[in-house]
Design a protein around this ligand. Structure first.
Ligand code: 13P
Length: 250
């Protein structure tokens, strides 16, 4: 059985005081949540959030990682730095990184490797744009994004990561994929894993859905057989809403 996972991607939001309040609110309601829960604050808040979460069940992740481990890469943050800051998780290949910062499939694959070198669990984001979906290219795009990671890391490496299917058209738009639309892509991803990495890996890897998940729609998404939880943006910035989503992943 795959344990459900709910990860909050706080993106470039928060202040020291709002982050403190958000963590307190999530901690206060976490008892009884059976899903694994992770929060991903901006780099500058990692140490603060690590201290606030210490000893509790909530995991800590970063939103990105450099593909290199150290050196003259101004502005970048490495996997070893994240590990030392208390992270166990890191998002790689978020569509906002791919779109706004021109991250290629190859760079994302190298970041997946960097995360693993540092002992971090990569949460690999894949997903198509609206234009790609309307052109009937959803599976082709997702397959291309997965294949790049397999080429660089070997397909067996997926066993050490999590995949998040995030259709770009559903992120921050309020337009959630229907449970059926999401399930279809999740099943495609799992079939691809089965073919490339074998049945054991395919059955073990958690595939999260992301894109306008809210308290009100989480349960029906998470009820789909191949949806193992969510990667939550906007709704993860409100403690009660995030906890409602966490409780829906049982
Ligand atoms: P929203 O939940 O705000 O649509 O964002 C989803 C996302 O990008 C999570 O990584």
């Amino acid at each position: 059985m795959r344990r459900p996972l709910v990860a909050g991607n706080w993106k470039m939001n928060g202040t020291r005081s709002s982050v403190a309040a958000l963590v307190d609110g999530i901690k206060a309601g976490i008892d009884g949540v059976t899903a694994e829960v992770v929060v991903c604050p901006a780099y500058v808040f990692l140490d603060q959030v690590r201290a606030a979460l210490a000893g509790g069940p909530i995991g800590l992740g970063a939103q990105d990682v450099c593909d290199r481990d150290e050196g003259a890469f101004t502005g970048e943050v490495s996997g070893p730095m994240l590990a030392e800051s208390g992270c166990n998780w890191v998002i790689v290949g978020h569509s906002e990184r791919r779109q706004y910062y021109a991250e290629s499939d190859a760079l994302v694959a190298a970041k997946f490797a960097a995360a693993r070198r540092a002992g971090l669990t990569p949460i690999l984001c894949v997903g198509e744009t609206l234009e790609e979906r309307e052109a009937g290219r959803t599976e082709q795009v997702v397959e291309r994004q997965l294949a790049a990671v397999a080429e660089h890391n070997g397909a067996a490496a997926f066993a050490e990561g999590v995949i998040a299917y995030e259709p770009v058209w559903a992120i921050g738009t309020g337009k959630t994929a229907s449970p059926e639309q999401a399930q279809a892509v999740h099943a495609f991803v799992r079939d691809w894993l089965r073919a490339r990495a074998g049945a054991a890996v395919a059955e073990a890897v958690r595939i999260l859905y992301g894109g306008s998940v809210k308290g009100a729609n989480a349960a029906e998404l998470f009820a789909q057989p191949d949806i193992d939880g969510g990667l939550i943006g906007g709704a993860s910035l409100k403690a009660e809403e995030f906890l409602t989503i966490c409780r829906a992943a049982a």
